[in-house]
Write a protein that binds this ligand. Structure first.
Ligand code: NAD
Ligand code: UFG
Length: 334
């Protein structure tokens, strides 16, 4: 009996794979390596001290994906695989819809065929659009502003409809807030291609002298210091949320459940910069720039449903996230 981890060599998938292995779970990873590297498999094995099967397979390649189901007794799937860059999704909507939606459809069709009806899906706080109030609860209205976000919302709907048609399916939708940080070993972390879009890798590049300064996108938002507020969550805390979701899905009896995975605490861009400087003793040069189109002022979770029903809370603070991010970057980028 194994858990299939799609996208398991990616940023969140690799951290989750380690936690699953360390807990004693058997896992199988499928990834086409479009945004990760094969070396990640060795790192996961080294850190966890455990072995697992890896298939370099694209979810769109039904024939080879079917082999994974034939050769393994898959009992649950954690579905991370997908393209995730908001800006790129606006330039390449066809590629995003095809990869994320069709990939998921091929996956769930094979799950049905092989009678594995338990899926944990990586969704995002982006599905809340511009929230009407804060903190954000799971039953808030949903809307999206870019193709990436729309794929998340559509997949949530697809999984919900599958459950409606066959109530043997158990579906857990996890809406992540802003994952940052890295494994404390410093061996694995976030390594974006090109110039980073997200703030934490960008700050790390500035700290490493690969970029001159951080552009702070707007200081006139309706927030305490005018800069954008987000709910940053340590990727290891996020990974541990998936272990709780697996425990939960094994006890479920034909349900769809949605959980916010965040800390519940919002920090501004300037607070993040200050925490990074304090944690690592490195000054981060920044300049105030124009607002970034599509950004919202503030976004943070009400994570109480995950606490009450999964027994999960995030325990790592912002300084730790900054320390772990930098440890990884320093080891791997310079
Ligand atoms: P990532 O890009 O590091 O990992 C995704 C992995 O999926 C990569 O290794 C990539 O090679 C693989 N992949 C993509 N398309 C595939 C396909 N068709 N077949 C097989 N493998 C494929 O991203 P991540 O940050 O680890 O995110 C994991 C999931 O969480 C994604 O679904 C993402 O949308 C979601 N999410 C991420 C964030 C974030 O800020 N990182 C926030 C909310 C939600
Ligand atoms: N920011 C800057 N300068 C930068 C980059 C970001 O000031 O160079 C600011 C943004 O304006 C925002 C905050 O830092 O206020 C966080 O921005 P990120 O790009 O790191 O993250 P977002 O909240 O925009 O979006 C991220 C992912 C989405 C996901 C969302 C919620 O990119 O895919 O978190 O999980 F949907």
């Amino acid at each position: 009996m194994s858990i299939l981890v799609t996208g398991g060599t990616g940023f969140i998938g690799s951290h989750t794979a380690i936690e699953l292995l360390e807990k004693g779970e058997e896992i199988v990873i499928v990834d086409n390596l479009c945004n990760s590297k094969i070396e990640m498999c060795d790192k996961i094995k080294e850190i966890s001290g455990k072995d697992f099967k890896f298939y370099k397979v694209d979810l769109l390649d039904r024939e080879n994906l079917e082999k994974v189901f034939k050769e393994n007794d898959i009992t649950e799937v954690i579905h991370f695989a997908g393209l995730k860059a908001v800006g790129e999704s606006c330039e390449k909507p066809i590629e995003y819809y095809h990869n994320n939606i069709t990939g998921t459809l091929v996956l769930v069709d094979l799950m049905r065929k092989y009678k594995c009806k338990n899926i944990v899906f990586s969704s995002s706080a982006t599905v809340y659009g511009k929230p009407k109030e804060l903190p954000i609860k799971e039953d808030f209205p949903l809307s999206t502003t870019n193709p990436y976000g729309t794929t998340k919302l559509m997949i949530e709907q697809i999984l919900t409809d599958i459950h409606k048609s066959d109530d043997e399916w158990n579906v857990i939708i996890l809406r992540y807030f802003n994952p940052i940080g890295a494994h404390e070993s410093g061996e694995i972390g976030e390594n974006p291609n090109g110039i980073p879009n997200n703030i934490m890798p960008y700050i790390n590049y500035v700290a490493a002298d690969k970029l001159d300064h951080l552009n702070v996108f707007g200081n006139d938002y309706d927030t305490p210091d005018g800069t954008g507020v987000r709910d940053y969550i340590h990727v290891v805390d996020l990974a541990l949320g998936h272990l709780k979701a697996i425990d939960k899905i094994r006890k479920m009896n034909g349900q769809v459940e949605i959980y916010n995975l965040g800390t519940g605490q919002g920090y501004s861009v300037l607070e993040l910069v200050q925490n990074f400087e304090k944690a690592n003793g490195i000054k981060i040069k920044y300049e105030i720039a124009e607002r970034r189109p599509g950004d919202i002022a503030a976004c943070y979770a009400d994570p109480s449903k995950a606490k009450n029903e999964l027994g999960w809370v995030a325990t790592r603070n912002l300084e730790q996230m900054c320390r772990d991010s930098w440890r990884y970057t320093e080891k791997n980028l310079k």
